[in-house]
Write a protein that binds this ligand. Sequence first.
Ligand code: CA2
Length: 142
Amino acid sequence: MKILVLNGPNLNMLGVREPDIYGKKTYTDLIGMIKEHCDSKGIEVIFKQSNHEGDLVDYIQQALFDKCDGIVINPGAYTHTSVALLDALKAVAIPTVEVHISDVDSREEFRKTSYVSLIAKKTIKGHGFDGYVEAVDFLCAL
Ligand code: CA2
């Protein structure tokens, strides 16, 4: 099994600012934690992060050519605005789980809208970094 873990804008800043919302651990810590989990389950994992919407579309399309069986995506702020990411996920038709570190439903009103959730098999919100591991396990069980 092969999974793409894709993170959107500003998630490379984890641990640097806003620890009250996103925790004190860094993006590198996040990748390490997911990698360790995937290794223990014999899952191949590809990590990508970008601050640019078009790059994220490219990475989603590449997942098709890389024969990924699943996508774990935290689209960051593009969650709430991007039809392009929704269309890309629809186009590749790879089972996708949407993850948010924070509980987006208990924050500003605009964070309650997600285009990606229209295609996601599951959305995990507010479980911190553990949400990514839960997403991997969900895809594994599919
Ligand atoms: O809760 C999440 O995971 C979000 O996807 C994070 C996005 C936010 O726009 C979504 O509404 C919810 C923002 C990521 C920003 O990450 C930072 C991390 C540390 C410091 C500054 C930003």
